[in-house]
Design a binder for this molecule. Sequence first.
Ligand SMILES: [Zn+2]
Length: 325
Amino acid sequence: MPVELQRGSLVMQGAPLWFDAKRRTSLAFVSHAHTDHIAPHECVIATRETLALMAHRLGPLKATLPLAYGEAAQVHGLRVELFPAGHVLGAAQVRVTRSDGHRVAYTGDLSLGEALTAARAEIVSCDTLLLEATFGHPRYRFPPQEQVYDQVARWSRNQLAAGVQPILLAYSLGKSQEAIRQLWARGLPVTAHPAIHAVAEVYEGLGVPVGARLFDGHFRPGEVGLFPPSRRGDLQGAGVPVATAVLTGWALEPWGARRSGADVAFPVSDHADFPSLVAYARATGAREVITVYGFAEDLAEGLRREGLFARAATEAVQMELPLLL
Ligand SMILES: [Zn+2]
């Protein structure tokens, strides 16, 4: 039982090492800088990219322990190593090896495909796997992302040809910078909302080119606009007819476009889908898999059907079993 769930967050048993804790802790591994994974901890273990993106969001951090992919450190008697997670720039999986040799891996948010702005995820061999389950239901199967970006580019060109301004909606950290690069690779320049542009500048400061123009209230001919879904109101005043497309894994749901108030939705995802999660769990060689976030119960059930020992980390289970994992 190497890990516990306490107040909704995972922690190594017997050592103050938390995984993506949602509230301030003394020492946390932070897998990546999305808002639901960060908090102002006393000390943070993360990649230098994640630390820079965290500081962009939270302001200066207290103590930090930056680790590169493949680098190891000793923390409270535990060996801690980071591996790419493929999700956004700097996203890492962590493997914690106890003094008795038991290896616990935590994926954070995981994406297993090829990306232009994030290192490709590696398979982390381990004994206990804490696996994210955001799209952990069998109904989530994403088409190849190259194909989806081809569709996004085609849709954008069709709008431009019809005299309509195409606007893509995507989260400001990660998906937006990847979308900019993917469209640029398809010959489409992007003008980005300031919130996206500011993150792109952090990326560029870390040596990852993005290359979008800062949106100044006007669109230039042939440009695609890129806005966070919550900031589409900032389009007002642009004075042009617009069509909107949201880039989200939830595009697979009938409500995928509607939820963001977009005209259409494309299944661009920076998370692994169900078949990829199952394949990944098997490839790690883990003897037990604990699913976290999203469709944790459904993924655990799917893994058990595949013959793996799996269960979901939930508050309800914690109430039955104080030492959950
Ligand atoms: Zn994330």
